[in-house]
Every structure is written in structure tokens, then in C-alpha cells.
Design a protein around this ligand. Structure first.
Ligand code: OOG
Ligand code: MG
Length: 259
């Protein structure tokens, strides 16, 4: 379907609708029910939404990839890699508490995090993104789609900053291969197991996917930024109590949901 790009007022209004849903902790319906949004529009809505957050004093701390594993693609019915932004308001310390009232219907998923040691010149075609990474860690992401019942289209979820809500990072280790490590996540009496190989065959490939997306979407990658490579398994509900993720040989990370 050919669509006309949305004008900047339309972009802002849709970003406002998603921002209101997040701040007011209420859901909204698919944007696609009301208006034709193409993928370029969707990233413009995400950018506008992040602008509102930064306008309230939030700081950008990194980026996240979504749908880098088949388990997530199958769970959500979306099969293209997407990118979203992480801010300090989403960062929870390892072992820390997180108030469940912040969220609409949170889920949690096991992730691998990378840390950039230097700025990445995304416009340099010869840049080696792997050499810009100095550390890797086990991590968890709390996702909280602003759409009713987590039902969204590909463009909806991009506009909604890829359902990003919170994240927690375990102990950083010097950068090394994490290509095929067993992963286990436990939360709310449920558990799920998988392998880091589920993330694009090797989470390091998420860095290459990120570089490509960052070039296309003009997303800066800066020294100190965190990169979430995407979930290794489907997400499970995040409920009151401790959630824990163990990654074989890499370490563990916990977070506690407070009702
Ligand atoms: C979208 C976020 C996907 C991942 O790790 O694949 C994501 C969602 O599932 O609501 O963060
Ligand atoms: Mg994720």
C-alpha cells in the first residue's frame, strides 16, 4: 500500500498519544486502526516520543534491538529487526526494586547487553563495531507495550519505542564471545530456557544489525551506550517478586517487582 508521509503535526499527535499512555499507565489501540503509518513515519513517531521524554529531563543511555530471535518473532507475529532507545528512567540496578504500578501489563525477557567503549561513526562504511565494544553482561528487559493486549503491527511497535519499559544489567565482563550459552529466566513462578544462539545465531550479529539500523535511521551510537541485543526466548509475565536470569558462564541478574 502506497502511503503519503504523515506531516509533523500528525507525527507529534501520535507520539503524544503513546507518551500519554505510558505516563498515564493506560493502553491505547493500534495506530494502524486510525491512520496509515509507514515504517519511516513509525521511526519519526519514536523520535518524537523520545523527544518528549528528553524534554522531561530523561537522558539517553543506549539502544535496544527487538525481534532478533525466532521465539520473539513467533510470539509477537513480527519478523523484522527493530530498534528502540533506552533512557535513564528505564534503568534499574541489578537486584533493585521496580514498582509494578509504573506498567500496564509488563513482561520480562532474557537479554545480552553490550557496552560501547567509544563513539561509533555510523557513516564510516569501514567502521568495525565489534572493536568498539569493551564489555558484555547478562541482562533482562521489561517490556510493556502501550497497545491493548500487546496487539500491534510492525509499525505500531516501532512507534511505541519497541515496547521498551525498563532494563537491568548484571555484572559486566570484558568483551568475549557469548555465541552459544544456555539461558534461563524465572519470574512469577514461570520459567523459560533457551540459548544465546537464538539471537541471530550469535548475539554479536545484533551489533552488526544495529550498525545497519543506526545508519538507516540516523541513530547515534556513543561511548558508554548500552546495547540490548534482543531476547533469547519469548517473554513471560513480570509479576511481584524476584525475577532472575542466568546465562551460562556469564553470570546472573535479578530484579524485584513490587506490587
Ligand atoms: C517488542 C519488543 C521486542 C525483543 O527483545 O525482541 C524485544 C515486544 O515484544 O513487545 O524487545
Ligand atoms: Mg527485548
Amino acid at each position: 500500500m502506497e502511503t503519503k508521509p504523515l506531516d509533523s503535526n500528525e507525527i507529534q499527535a501520535l507520539a503524544r498519544r503513546l507518551d500519554d499512555a505510558q505516563v498515564g499507565v493506560h493502553d491505547t489501540l493500534s495506530l494502524a486502526d486510525d491512520v496509515a503509518v509507514d515504517i519511516d513515519d513509525a521511526y519519526r513517531i519514536q523520535e518524537s516520543l523520545i523527544g518528549f521524554r528528553c524534554g522531561r529531563g530523561e537522558r539517553l543511555l543506549g539502544v535496544k534491538l527487538g525481534f532478533t530471535s525466532k521465539a520473539k518473532m513467533a510470539q509477537m507475529g513480527v519478523s523484522d529487526v527493530i530498534v528502540g532507545r533506552l533512557t535513564d528512567a528505564m534503568c534499574v540496578e541489578d537486584g533493585g526494586d521496580v514498582d509494578l504500578h509504573r506498567f500496564i501489563h509488563p513482561k520480562i525477557e532474557p537479554e545480552i547487553a553490550y557496552r560501547l567503549a567509544r563513539d561509533v561513526d555510523v557513516d564510516d562504511p569501514t567502521v568495525d563495531i565489534e572493536s568498539c565494544v569493551d564489555a558484555v553482561a547478562p541482562a533482562m528487559e521489561i517490556i510493556d507495550s502501550r497497545y491493548r493486549d500487546f496487539r500491534f503491527t510492525y509499525t505500531d511497535v516501532v512507534a511505541d519505542n519497541t515496547s521498551a519499559a525498563a532494563y537491568v544489567i548484571g555484572p559486566w565482563q570484558p568483551m568475549r564471545g557469548v555465541g552459544e550459552l544456555a539461558v534461563r529466566l524465572e519470574a512469577g513462578g514461570e520459567s523459560v530456557t533457551g540459548s544465546t544462539a537464538a539471537i541471530l545465531d550469535d548475539p554479536v550479529n545484533a551489533l552488526h544489525a544495529l550498525l545497519d539500523m543506526s545508519r538507516r535511521r540516523q541513530i547515534p551510537l556513543r561511548a558508554g551506550d548500552v546495547v540490548l541485543a534482543g531476547a533469547a526466548t519469548a517473554a513471560i509475565p513480570f509479576a511481584a517478586g524476584t525475577a532472575r536470569c542466568d546465562v551460562e558462564g556469564l553470570g546472573s541478574v535479578t530484579v524485584k517487582g513490587i506490587a
